[in-house]
Design a protein around this ligand. Sequence first.
Ligand SMILES: NC(=O)c1ccc[n+]([C@@H]2O[C@H](COP(=O)([O-])OP(=O)(O)OC[C@H]3O[C@@H](n4cnc5c(N)ncnc54)[C@H](OP(=O)(O)O)[C@@H]3O)[C@@H](O)[C@H]2O)c1
Length: 197
Amino acid sequence: MIINADVIIDFSNPSNLEEILTFAQENKTAVLLCTTGYSSEDFKKIEQASKNIAIMQAGNTSIGIAVLKLLVSLAVEKIAEWDYEVIEAHHNRKTDSPSGTAEELLKLLQTDEDKDSIRFGRNPKTGKRKVGEIGVHSIRGGSIVGDHTVMFAGKDEVIEIKHRAVSQDLFASGALRLARFLKGKEPGRYYVEDAYK
Ligand SMILES: NC(=O)c1ccc[n+]([C@@H]2O[C@H](COP(=O)([O-])OP(=O)(O)OC[C@H]3O[C@@H](n4cnc5c(N)ncnc54)[C@H](OP(=O)(O)O)[C@@H]3O)[C@@H](O)[C@H]2O)c1
C-alpha cells in the first residue's frame, strides 16, 4: 500500500515496530515513534531504519518533560554527590515499567554507567542503599496520566523536581509539534531536544 503522508505518528505497542518500520521505508515516510518499552533489539532496528528515513523515538512528547530534563541536567552538574531516586506513576493499563521517560531520566542521572547501578524498587531483601545507587520506583493505578519525580537527597535537604501530566491531550499536541519538525527531514535519527533548539 502506498500512502501520501508527511509523518507517521505511533502511540501503540512495541510489537508493532517491525510492521511500522517496513511500511514507512516502503513509503519513504518519516516516523515519530511515541510508543515506549522497546528492547535493545528494537533500538537496533530503529537505528537501521534511520539510514533510509527520518526517525525520532520520543519517550515523552510533552514540552514540560523537555524542560524537566534540562532542570535535571543542571542539578546533576551542581550536586553530583547527592543521592538520586526516580519515582513514576501511571494508569493501571500501562504495559511497561519503568516508563520510557523514567529510562530517559536515568540516562541523565547516570554520571558513570559502570559505577552508578540502577535499583528497580526495593523489597525486604534489598538491604542498605549502596553508594552511587539510583533507585527507580514504578507506581501503577487507576487513571493516572503520568507523573515523574526526580528526587535529589543530600545531607539535611532534599530537592524534588516533578512533572505531572493532567490530560493525555498534551502528548498529542507535543507529538504534532515534533511531527512538524520531522516533516521533510533527511534520513537520520532525530531527538526531542533537536526540536527545541
Ligand atoms: N511518548 C509519549 O509522550 C507517550 C505518552 C503516552 C503514552 N505513550 C506510550 O504510547 C503507548 C500507548 O499508550 P496508551 O496509554 O495510549 O495505551 P492504550 O490506551 O493501550 O492505547 C494503545 C492504542 O493502540 C492501539 N493499537 C495497538 N496495536 C495496534 C495495531 N496493531 N493496530 C492498530 N491499533 C493498535 C490500541 O487499540 P486496541 O485498544 O484496539 O488494542 C489502543 O487504541 C505506550 O507504549 C505508552 O507508553 C507515550
